[in-house]
Design a protein around this ligand. Structure first.
Ligand SMILES: C[S@@+](CC[C@H](N)C(=O)[O-])C[C@H]1O[C@@H](n2cnc3c(N)ncnc32)[C@H](O)[C@@H]1O
Length: 208
């Protein structure tokens, strides 16, 4: 979970990392999240690509304990130099502002782009194909079921039309919503607790 932005329950960084890994992400492809909220997926992918240690911004209570330290901490690894871009979009301007602020706090502005736009305007970035990873609204907290099915259907249509060669990972709480995308899912992951919900990853191979 990043500091700011996103109207709806953000994913924790650890969950974003888990779902990226389940999609086979190794940090060597671009990543796009068309409904990025606070930007957790995009920022986590950028950190993985740069080789930055997970949780480097987090502090733990034990760090303030006054105990003798046996050996100096290992120096942080130098970030890799990469040419990849990590792109998030969201129709909500507060989410985009928050994602940008989170990127700045994490020192990731140079490799990330956040755009305020609805999914209908999503464009394929120039360059090699990569991974679209998205955690759309689940319902319960927003909208009605019919709107949600329409949203997932529109997302699937945009990806099938514009993202040939890219892999897709969709994280959602209902298999029916994932099916509404009409994407050719290769695998569905195990359930993962997310507040009161159980969410799963639905992933494709490269789209035709
Ligand atoms: C569950 S939240 C994503 C949370 C995000 N993974 C995070 O960790 O912060 C879903 C997001 O979808 C966005 N959204 C809903 N409908 C959209 C649309 N038609 N186009 C773009 N974004 C949309 C919402 O504004 C919201 O930020």
């Amino acid at each position: 979970m990043r500091g700011e932005g996103g109207e709806e329950a953000p994913l924790r960084e650890t969950m974003a990392a888990l779902f990226l890994r389940q999609c086979g992400y190794r940090g060597d492809e671009p990543v796009v999240d068309p409904m990025c909220g606070s930007g957790t997926i995009v920022l986590e992918a950028a950190e993985m690509a740069l080789g930055l240690p997970p949780g480097r911004g987090r502090r733990f209570a034990y760090q303030d304990l006054a105990v003798p330290v046996a050996a100096p901490a290992a120096p942080a690894p130098a970030p890799r130099d990469i040419a990849l871009r990590f792109t998030g979009a969201d129709r909500d301007s507060g989410a985009i502002q928050g994602a940008g602020a989170n990127a700045a706090r994490a020192g990731l502005e140079e490799v990330t782009t956040f755009l305020r736009q609805p999914v209908s305007e999503l464009a394929r970035p120039e360059g090699p194909p990569g991974l679209v990873m998205v955690n759309p609204p689940y319902g319960g907290r927003i909208g009605n079921k019919r709107q949600l099915f329409g949203l997932y259907n529109a997302l699937g249509a945009v990806l099938l039309e514009r993202f040939s060669g890219w892999r897709v990972g969709i994280v959602t709480s209902e298999a029916g919503l994932a099916r509404a995308t009409a994407l050719p899912f290769a695998e569905t992951g195990p359930p993962v607790a997310h507040g009161p919900l159980k969410i799963r990853l639905h992933r494709t191979d490269p789209l035709p």
